[in-house]
Design a protein around this ligand. Structure first.
Ligand code: ADQ
Length: 463
């Protein structure tokens, strides 16, 4: 029987730490339940001596094969090239890149190590689905070891235009190694367009009208597969969490005041600082909302705290929250409630449902699942409004019915907050109904099935 082999940087085992498992992990687990197979990747642990063989475990009928990394691998491959070079450049911030040759070598070395440990686990008609920017060269390394299975790659983050991508040391080899896949998937048409441009302009490849790409001696399919969420589950969890103690306490603490919510990993791509400045401007130019004590709940769990840029950003954002609160707070109201911890999914869904506005304003984001979760969590009788960045991948599906803003333009964002908070019920319902239709059409099952179907078509040829 054909098995699906999923490869991602981190493996999230079912039943372990489920409160923090994001949408992707849930989706991968569901895919493995459907097709059977293995989830292969880093265990999340470091060891002075790296694993000779993957640690293979089975939980709830799913098989996990994980490897430990050495501290040097972690530093060079993960913190170094993946997070200090690819992440900023792919999010259009080459100015934040810190490049060291040894990090690039470490990135290639760990990809080769993953390939070496994965190849012996493969069976005859397995098909392999690799996730995200940590593992771009994996198919190339597997091909070097004689692996001829169908291999697909999905990029969860944006793919930058060639003018930006060419700032990335190693860009040529990286894109050439993408050509070793049979299917390369992106979140949006813009990402695909940027990829096509790179293929034709930088490596003299060819792009056919049916999505087939011929480059670097290979023929493969490149397409758009916008990631979705489990809409019905998110809606049910949000409905159920109405009664949870935390949601009730949150509601009581607001005393009926307008609530705006932002939920993001603490990352410069998420535009949290710009969001705070826009909220500050909103309070300044709309004194009626000061009187109503409008509150911004910003939940931002720490991420990549060992990277210097993240430490600095954390300090700047905390300082801004303190300054704005010092400026506007009253003895019985604090305008920004800023929290750095994670919440259970159920709690988060309850908070989304309670909020009048979903405030999703990244400076650049592959998709942004929070935008979709916010919509799915709303009460159909009294839905909130989504304020959405022009630079989130989700805008390509939700632009007609959310309030789309340029996150760099704080006056425009402040106007959108006001528009959202005074929007009449019938307009909120009409917008929400349309967005729910879109979410249902492009849900997580559709995403997974479309990608796997494309992978099953491999190998691709020009005719
Ligand atoms: P992320 O950058 O992590 O994902 P996002 O798409 O918003 O961004 O997903 C974050 C997930 O974590 C959401 O499911 C959210 O609910 C959850 N989460 C966030 N804060 C939390 C908290 N405090 N407690 C608990 N859960 C929390 C990357 C790309 C995105 C792309 C996704 C999926 O950067 O652009 O949408 O992958 O492809």
């Amino acid at each position: 029987m054909t098995r699906l082999v999923v490869v991602s940087n981190r493996v999230e085992e079912a039943g372990k730490n489920q409160t923090s498992v994001g949408g992707l992990a849930v989706s991968i687990q569901a895919a493995l339940e459907t097709y059977g197979g293995i989830w292969f990747g880093w265990s999340g642990k470091y060891a002075a001596k790296v694993s000779v063989r993957p640690n293979v475990t089975s939980t709830n009928g799913l098989t996990y094969a994980t490897l430990d990394l050495s501290p040097q691998d972690y530093e060079e491959y993960y913190s170094g090239y993946a997070n200090r070079v690819i992440w900023p450049v792919f999010h259009y911030r080459p100015d934040l890149m810190t490049f060291r040759r040894k990090d690039y070598d470490g990135y290639r070395r760990v990809n080769a190590y993953f390939a070496k440990k994965l190849a012996p686990l493969l069976e005859g008609d397995d098909f392999i689905w690799v996730h995200d920017y940590h593992l771009i060269p994996l198919a190339h390394e597997l091909r070097q070891k004689g692996v001829n299975h169908p291999i697909g790659f999905f990029l969860h983050i944006p793919f930058p235009v060639p003018e930006v991508l060419t700032a990335l040391p190693g860009h040529h080899e990286l894109v050439e190694s993408l050509c070793a896949y049979d299917v390369v998937g992106f979140q949006t048409e813009m990402d695909l367009y940027a990829f096509h441009n790179y293929i034709t302009r930088e490596i003299q490849g060819q792009v056919m009208s049916n999505g087939i790409v011929k480059a670097n001696g290979r023929t493969f399919f490149a397409g758009v597969f916008p990631i979705g969420i489990d809409v019905e589950n998110a809606a049910a969890v949000a409905e159920d969490s109405k009664k949870s103690t935390t949601t009730v306490k949150m509601q009581e603490s607001l005393h009926g005041r307008p609530m705006i919510i932002g939920v993001d990993r603490l990352d410069y791509s998420k535009g949290i600082m710009e969001r705070f400045l826009a909220f500050e401007h909103f309070l300044q130019v709309c004194p009626e909302f000061q009187e109503q004590c409008a509150t911004l709940i910003q939940i931002a769990p720490l991420s990549r705290s060992d990277v210097q840029e993240y430490k600095e950003m954390r300090d700047e954002i905390s300082t801004a929250a303190g300054r704005i609160n010092g400026r506007f707070s009253e003895f019985n109201w604090v305008p920004i409630r800023y929290m750095n911890h994670r919440f259970k999914r159920r709690t988060l869904m309850g908070f989304f449902r309670t909020s009048h506005v979903g405030f999703v304003t990244p400076l650049r984001d592959g998709m942004n699942l929070v935008a979709k979760e916010y919509i799915a969590a709303q009460d159909p009788e009294d839905p909130g409004v989504l304020v959405l960045s022009h630079f989130a991948g989700a805008v390509h599906e939700l632009d007609d019915h959310s309030l789309v803003v340029n996150p760099y333009n704080i006056e425009e964002v402040a106007d959108a907050l006001k528009q959202a908070l005074v929007m009449p019920l019938d307009e909120r319902q009409a917008r929400w109904t349309e967005m729910m239709k879109t979410l249902r059409r492009n849900d997580i099952t559709t995403w997974r099935e479309k990608f796997v179907a494309a992978l099953r078509e491999a190998p691709y040829s020009v005719n």
